[in-house]
Design a binder for this molecule. Structure first.
Ligand code: DC
Length: 222
């Protein structure tokens, strides 16, 4: 029944639950767009911090965000024509994104941008509030989660494979727990399971198993 129309899949969940790689691969398999909303908040955090604007300065943020021109092309992120794909993946930007994304002016400025991506066809949106706030009417909603320990282990191995220096499991675990706290306790769009979302605990699943599961749920409908 959905075959001829475009559709939206949302994947929400905490950091390290495997959302990014799963969303990216699922989008490839289905031949649809992948919208990494975390990358958008990371870019905004970097942008505002570089301008020296404090997270609580709503007026300045609203003004500055008028000059925030973001482009997502072939899984690359361009901010005002500069490629910031790698720059937004540092631990510092993890933190900047978490802090600035709690701000109303930031979320408002980015709301429209995210919604507009639907105009280009079917997509998989991945984030913290995509199923609850950005695309509440999405055809498919998933919430991926895993224990903090399982998520910290994945981050640790991922950083190790990339040869990141000062890689420390305990520090990653501490940062994950504190980021979870911050993301789920904030007033605006706190991290929560969206209405109608299917919850999948990936603690004891590998990536292929998660993808198979999601794919079978989606393909049983489209
Ligand atoms: O998924 P990520 O680690 O790249 O996200 C970075 C930060 O951005 C995270 O701490 C919370 C925020 N974020 C958000 O508030 N809303 C989203 N839809 C996506 C990310």
């Amino acid at each position: 029944m959905l075959l001829k129309m475009s559709y939206v899949i949302t994947i929400d969940g905490p950091a390290g639950a495997g959302k990014s790689s799963v969303s990216k691969r699922l989008a490839e398999k289905l031949g649809i767009l992948y919208l990494d909303t975390g990358a958008i908040y990371r870019a905004a955090g970097l942008f505002l911090n570089n301008l020296g604007i404090k997270p609580e300065d709503d007026l300045k943020i609203a003004e500055a965000m008028k000059n925030f021109k973001l482009e997502l092309k072939n899984n690359l992120v361009f901010l005002n024509n500069h490629d910031i794909t790698h720059e937004i993946r540092t631990a510092e930007v993890d933190n900047l994104a978490s802090v600035y994304s709690a701000d109303k002016a930031v979320r408002e400025a980015l709301f429209q941008f995210q919604r507009e991506q639907k105009n280009y066809g079917s997509l998989i949106a991945e984030g913290r509030d995509v199923g609850s706030v950005i695309f509440p009417d999405a055809e498919f909603k998933f919430f991926l989660t895993a224990t903090p320990e399982a998520r910290a282990k994945r981050r640790f191995l991922e950083r190790q494979s990339k040869g990141v220096e000062n890689n420390n499991y305990d520090e990653i675990l501490k940062a994950i727990i504190s980021r979870d706290e911050h993301d789920s306790k904030r007033e605006l769009s706190p991290l929560k399971i969206p209405d109608g979302a299917i919850l999948i605990d990936t603690s004891f699943m590998n990536e292929d198993e998660v993808i198979e599961r999601l794919l079978s749920l989606v393909e049983s409908v489209i």
